[in-house]
Each structure stands twice: as structure tokens, then as C-alpha cells.
Design a protein around this ligand. Structure first.
Ligand code: GSH
Length: 196
């Protein structure tokens, strides 16, 4: 398995996921500051972005899709509820909350643009944070006491927002970020992420 990655990117999610699943993988560093993307990267990732994953004949280039794929294929019932488990629906719901709501709402707020909450799928920043906090509702993880790939997506968003200073003064989300950091796989991913 080959993972194309760059430091300080959404590729962290894939690295964390691979570490949680205990998989062997080769890391291929990508210099995102270079003016051109290599033909090898473009073959793995048509938009020239990271993360991108090659697993045999499987080729993927989106962090949420990669996390879902790895959880279903290599850690079913552990990092992803099985298809017939009642938690599967809620899991899928939260798997897409980072790209669907957290990222656009945060980008919009940072850009200082006016929101059109009824038209935009992400509502606005305040509504997104409130929904996220209520989703955790006093639990350690988004599905309660069970850690899944959805927490890799949400937790990586919380850690990125904290490092970029965009995490609101939320004790719930700060504590969530701290719980993520306390995981061995998250720590290993952070170390591998900076150690080329
Ligand atoms: N939806 C994609 C977005 C990937 C993405 O935008 N990656 C950024 C780094 S976080 C990138 O590769 N940017 C370089 C570029 O666009 O040239 C995902 O979640 O994987």
C-alpha cells in the first residue's frame, strides 16, 4: 500500500487511520510547493492533491473516502460499524461532517464572507459548532464510548482548527481534541507526519 502525503495536510487523516488499523504502508512524500505535480502523483490523484492511496488496483484521492475504505476493508466492526449494525447510519452521517460542514463553514468564516445558511449545506460556523458539540453530548467519541474512523475525520478537524487558532472557545471540542491526542495511533501518526 502506498500513501502520497505532505506535512500539514489532510493526509494526516489517512496516516492516523493506517496507524489505528495497524497496516503496513509506504509513504511517498509530495512537495506541494513545487510548481508542477509529478506524473506518478497525477496518476494516483487526478487533482494533484494529497492524500492519495494506492492499494493494489484500488486508487483513491479523498481523505474521507480513504478512511472509510480502509476501515471497511481492514478493520470492519472495529473502526467502522458493520452494515447491519444500528450505529452504521450515524457513523456515515458523521464521516462526512468534516468535508461537508466543518471545512466549508470554517473557510467561510476565515474569509469573512457572509453566509447564506439556508442555501449552504453547512449552515454557518455557529450552527456547525453547536451541532458538533451536541453530537458528542457528553460522550468520549461521536458514537458514544466507541472510537471509529468518524473520530479520525472529526478529531483531525479539531486538531487542525486548534493549531490554526480557529477552534472556538469550546471546552467540549478542546477536550475531544485532547482525547484524540492521547491515542497512541494519533501520536504515531503525528510523529510519522513530521518525520519524512
Ligand atoms: N477533499 C480532499 C481535499 C484534499 C486537499 O485539498 N489537499 C490539499 C492539502 S490539505 C492539497 O493537496 N493541496 C495542494 C493543491 O491543491 O495543489 C480530501 O479531503 O482529501
Amino acid at each position: 500500500m502506498k500513501l502520497y502525503w505532505g506535512p500539514g495536510t489532510r493526509a494526516f487523516r489517512a496516516v492516523w487511520m493506517l496507524e489505528e488499523a495497524g497496516l503496513d504502508y509506504e509513504r511517498v512524500p509530495v512537495d506541494l510547493s513545487a510548481p508542477e505535480r509529478s506524473s506518478e502523483l497525477l496518476a494516483a490523484s487526478p487533482m494533484g492533491k494529497v492524500p492519495a492511496l494506492r492499494d493494489g488496483d484500488v486508487r483513491m484521492w479523498d481523505s474521507a473516502a480513504i478512511c472509510m475504505y480502509l476501515a471497511d476493508r481492514y478493520a470492519p466492526g472495529r473502526l467502522a460499524p458493520a452494515r447491519d449494525e444500528p450505529d452504521r447510519g450515524l457513523y456515515l452521517q458523521w464521516m462526512f461532517f468534516s468535508p461537508g460542514a466543518i471545512e466549508p463553514a470554517t473557510a467561510e468564516k476565515e474569509a469573512g464572507r457572509l453566509s447564506v445558511p439556508r442555501v449552504n449545506g453547512w449552515g454557518n460556523f455557529e450552527k456547525m459548532v453547536d451541532t458538533w458539540e451536541r453530537g458528542l453530548s457528553g460522550n468520549d467519541w461521536i458514537l458514544g464510548d466507541r472510537f471509529t474512523a468518524a473520530d479520525i475525520m472529526l478529531g483531525s478537524s479539531a486538531l487542525t482548527m486548534r493549531s490554526e487558532g480557529t477552534l472556538p472557545g469550546s471546552t467540549v471540542l478542546e477536550a475531544y481534541a485532547d482525547r484524540c491526542l492521547a491515542r497512541g495511533a494519533c501520536q504515531r501518526a503525528l510523529n510519522r507526519f513530521i518525520d519524512r
